[in-house]
Design a protein around this ligand. Sequence first.
Ligand SMILES: [Zn+2]
Length: 406
Amino acid sequence: MCLFSFKSCKNKPQEINRESDKINYTIKDSVEPCENFYEYVCSNIRDSFKTSLNNSSYLFASIFREHAQKIKKEIGISVDEQTKINFFKEKCIKIGKGPQRCQELGENFYLQEVYAKNINKFIEKYSERKEKVINIFNNLKITAVKKIKDSSYLKESNKNIAIKKLNELRLIIIEPRIEKVENDLLININDNELEKENKYDFFNSMAFARDEENTVYIGLSVINILAAPAASVLNENRVAFILAHEFGHIILIPLNRSLSNIRESLLQEFNNLPENSIILPNILNISYGQQTFFENLSDLLGMMNVYENSLENKVTEDESIKSSEKASVDKDFFIAYARNFCATKEVENKPLVREKNGQKIPIDLHARPIYRVNLGVKRMADFSKLFQCSAKHKLNFDPYAELKIW
Ligand SMILES: [Zn+2]
């Protein structure tokens, strides 16, 4: 969920916990959604997460650990593959990585061919679901281009840059490959190579955008969401939010120039949080609002894109909505948005900075999950309407902060 050129993308995007996909989603009725929507959607799910950070699984990487066991047991691996894994492990340990991690990286890399050949055994209806993700991507793209084109609000020059970028935007799915990789024993594994763990650990990505390549990359985790035991519309919306957030990174630079009101209100909101006064300005001379600004703006751009896309689809499905009152999304839209941020307690409260070589550096460009959810939904009039929020509620719609992008 980040722009790859940022250092923090090397950290696992921990706001998302894949383990939760095994559990049916339930909301917590005792929490008032208009007071704390994050808690309303996530508290039951969080209770079912494993408590230790080390054991909790965030990404497909950990799902693949189970699959690797299954490959070894049920499909079997060749002597050749085993030799390569052992050799890789040995080299990897020599440069200081832990044995378990080295085993995992070796298996990820050398079992990918057998994994690719048998992928339907592991992710049900894989090709169908992959198609679905590509469709969602293309639909979001069409909607965003249309909305930007029609906008009377954005400046022409900025519109044109954003539209050009969107029209040329590519999606790359990081998936196991069948063709032989450079997997002979002479492979040079050095610290530098392992730093780029993605090369060996292709499951270790949720989604990221590379602005300079105009490309959105997603890992198998995103496709796997469609296999989660929840209503398919909820799962599809979750995927849409992930993709649209990345679109946000791609178009935020041109659009940001037109969005001064959103910029101001975002900075103000996040600078008013306790996180701002406690740590960042004193240590790094940067406010919490500035630190998390691009991620926050991508969240909002993404939310608006999925919102418009849902309305477009609704109108085409049911022509009568056009003539009746203005179409609106339903509660599932907001639940799916929040659902992607549900995290363990440790992740919710993780420190904002860490020490490296005696210097304090920020850990994450993303704000805490609770803010990403609550401060996002309150910008949407539909949220207040659907959950019947009123003036006494924290998340009641505030026209000052209305999410108006195009
Ligand atoms: Zn991001």
